[in-house]
Design a protein around this ligand. Structure first.
Ligand SMILES: Cc1ncc(COP(=O)(O)O)c(C=O)c1O
Length: 391
């Protein structure tokens, strides 16, 4: 099967033909040794992706389930977490934690900006937190967090580091074996979903726990969850021939192929490609007079939130793009109608992004905005060329 539309919402992302082929494999029983082999391989490759000596869990669900698994397995009722929020998805940790009686303090940036690390430092001095959540990239604002500055500060406080990689994993490195500054200053949990930079349809919640995060799970005893309790999945992840709840067999076939593609490209190359794509598409759109919400120093390589020039109607703009086969997303909350969001992650290619730049130029022209499509395409190509020369 082939994609008929260019899906550039910030997830789900375009699915490659070979991944569709894997999805369309004959469905086997979940204890069939042929499927079990594939699942084992996907688990082993997930460990490689995160470079972890801890444990990984791959279950049917979405990114939000993975967020819940992270919190509920490490923090108990009455303990506190600190949420570093760069938008709508950072904020999601607050009601989630509160649903389990966990205390929450939030450091919230102005949309489009980052939380100042000094404020994180101060909060960690003022209070004891069991864990701190970092949204690696926030899909509402297109702001990326700087793990290099945040993790040492958080780990120095003794708190666990939970990284929401829903719109970052498999595009940006989330190396759980890496020490940030000092030995032992490592990421404790990375969580994600299948539909973003991994490049398969929605439906898998994927999460990795460090040894320290696993120790936290043991320390809290029983947890107020059943499906989300990692204790119930541990045996299955060690031996997928065992049963707890039926795995989404065909999605795991697709995930296995997608991970092989990711590992073949290599995370260093993949990150460099995403950084280049992000810069290039924003530069091209700036040449149309469009302003990215986040400035380049904090902008996410995986998606961008782009403010409309004066007078452009959001509904008409996106409908016009859709009529050209290009699908982007509206903005969230107070930015609805004032901006749109475009994904440039996963198995998206430069050719796809050029198609989007052309369609965006045409949609703007329809609304009487003067733009030079050829120039925008040149800006894009030049940026990609510069990035290739530098790397
Ligand atoms: C950064 C981030 N975290 C969490 C989520 C929630 O994931 P899901 O919609 O798969 O439940 C999303 C969804 O877009 C996201 O972008």
């Amino acid at each position: 099967m082939e994609n008929k539309e260019l899906l550039l919402v910030p997830g789900p992302t375009p699915v490659l033909d070979e991944i569709y082929d894997a999805l369309a494999s004959e469905t086997r029983g979940h204890t069939d040794p042929r499927f079990v082999e594939t699942f084992k391989n996907a688990i082993a490759n997930t460990r490689k992706l995160f470079n972890t000596d801890g444990e990984v869990y791959i279950v049917a669900g979405s990114g939000t389930l993975a967020m819940e698994m992270a919190v509920v397995n490490t923090v108990k009722k009455g303990e506190r977490i600190l949420v570093i929020s760069h938008g709508y998805f950072g904020d999601r940790f607050t009601p989630l934690a509160k649903a389990f009686g966990i205390g929450v303090d939030v450091l919230q940036s102005t949309w489009g900006e980052r939380v100042d690390t000094k404020l994180v430092e101060e909060a960690l001095k003022a209070n004891k937190y069991k864990a701190v959540t970092i949204t690696h990239a926030d899909t509402s604002t297109g702001v990326a967090s700087d793990l290099d500055t945040l993790i040492p500060v958080i780990k120095a406080s003794g708190a666990l580091v939970i990284v929401d990689g829903v719109v970052a994993t498999a595009a940006l490195r989330e190396d759980m074996g890496k020490a940030y500054g000092e030995e032992g200053y490592t990421i404790d949990i990375v969580l994600t979903g299948s539909q973003k930079a991994i490049g398969i349809p929605p439906g898998l919640a994927i999460i990795a726990f460090s040894q320290q995060a696993l120790a936290a799970r043991e320390q809290i005893g029983t947890v107020p969850a059943y499906y989300a309790d990692i204790h119930n999945w541990r045996n299955i992840m060690a031996n997928p021939a065992m049963y707890f709840a039926t795995p989404p067999v065909n999605l795991i076939y697709a995930y296995d192929v997608a991970l092989q593609i990711v590992l073949e490209e290599g995370m260093e190359n993949r990150e460099a490609r995403h950084i280049a794509f992000g810069k290039a598409i924003r530069a091209a759109l700036r040449s149309y007079g469009m302003i990215p919400l986040a400035n380049e120093e904090v902008a996410a390589p995986t998606l961008s939130c782009i403010l409309y020039p004066e007078g452009v109607d959001d509904g008409k703009f996106r409908a016009s793009l859709a009529s050209r086969g290009v699908v982007v997303a509206g903005a969230l909350a107070h930015l609805a109608g004032k901006a749109f969001r475009i994904g440039h992650m996963g198995n998206t290619t430069a050719t796809m992004l050029k198609q989007a730049i052309t369609a965006i130029g045409e949609a703007l022209q329809e609304q009487n905005v003067k733009v030079n499509i050829e120039e925008a395409l040149n800006v894009f190509s030049q940026q990609i060329e510069d990035a290739t020369v530098q790397s």
